[in-house]
Design a binder for this molecule. Structure first.
Ligand SMILES: [Zn+2]
Length: 307
């Protein structure tokens, strides 16, 4: 802005700037993400290595391609207590603005598989559904944003244990992804890994996760405070999840997860009650708004030296 503009022109110019800023501001639509959960739940169980998981991938690909985002699959075989299982991570990269060439990338991930239960039908509206739907909607919201670095959306397979969560029976997708990145020499270009998991519960309470990189957690909780989002509370809890493998490999990581189920609602986790009526668009909206507000800090904070 030059000083010699007259006052009228100045006002007009500012109004135009404001309109431009408003039109390009990314908007996360919680209702639309909720409809994605509805579609995923309609598939039924989406257990790794089953046709349900294939259908979930088909849906993810279709929705991403509809907004012009290219999709890549990372297929692998995992040795599980049930033998070898074919699994597939799905990744989509949103390029940085303009011709900015960046060797670094932000990875925002979540799992799309659901846990295998034989005693009942488990559709994982929250556990598996909310994270996948959130990432689909994030692609729509960030497609027109001026990203400082490439943002990779990572749909992880095989987060769930085939049996009980022990030994190496869990987080198959993230372990494969980290190992593949290590082998291809691209592990060091991951600026940060931001994980979302179980973020659709209608009584959303997200605590700071104890293993997560403090600088990343601070960036997100600062954004939540600015937006007065009470879902992000100051209590701390340790959780094992897909971020652990990234942390172990030296990648700054944060897990945004609600694993807080008071007695009255504990029946919603890993039960037949993890259904559409127990998730809410408003919860997805809260996390979407906070993450988008935190993105400028996440794009510029170098948490690697701070861990
Ligand atoms: Zn689970």
């Amino acid at each position: 802005m030059r000083k010699h503009f007259g006052p009228v022109l100045l006002v007009l110019a500012c109004a135009a700037c404001l309109r431009a800023a408003q039109s390009s501001a990314p908007k996360f639509n919680g209702e639309r993400a909720f409809q994605d959960i509805r579609q995923l739940v309609a598939i039924g169980p989406r257990v790794a290595g089953t046709p349900g998981a294939q259908s979930a991938r088909d849906y993810i690909r279709k929705e991403l391609q509809a907004v012009g985002v290219a999709v890549e699959e990372q297929a692998f075989e995992a040795m599980t207590p049930n033998g070898l299982v074919k699994m597939v991570n799905v990744r989509a990269t949103l390029p940085p603005a303009g011709a900015a060439a960046s060797k670094e990338r932000l990875v925002i991930g979540g799992h799309y598989d659901t846990k295998l239960f034989k005693a009942f039908t488990f559709v994982g509206a929250n556990d598996g559904g909310s994270s996948a739907a959130f990432l689909i909607e994030l692609a729509r919201a960030l497609k027109t944003r001026s990203n400082r670095v490439p943002i990779e959306l990572l749909f992880l397979d095989g987060e769930e244990a085939v049996g009980d969560w022990q030994g190496t029976d869990h987080t198959y997708g993230s372990r494969h992804y980290v190992e593949a990145a290590r082998q291809s020499g691209t592990l060091g270009t991951i600026r940060a890994f931001i994980l979302v998991d179980m973020i659709g519960d209608r009584n959303l309470v997200i605590k700071r996760e104890a293993n997560s990189s403090p600088a990343l957690t601070d960036a997100i909780w600062t954004a939540a405070k600015t937006l007065s989002r009470r879902e992000f509370v100051s209590a701390i809890t340790p959780i094992e999840d897909d971020h652990i493998e990234f942390l172990a490999a030296g990648v700054p990581s944060v897990d945004i997860i609600d694993l807080e189920y008071p007695d009255a609602t504990s029946r919603f986790w890993h039960t037949q009650y993890d259904t559409l009526d127990n998730v809410a668009a408003s919860s997805l909206q809260a996390v979407g708004d906070v993450l988008i507000a935190a993105l400028p800090a996440l794009e510029t904070t170098d948490a690697r030296g701070a861990r």
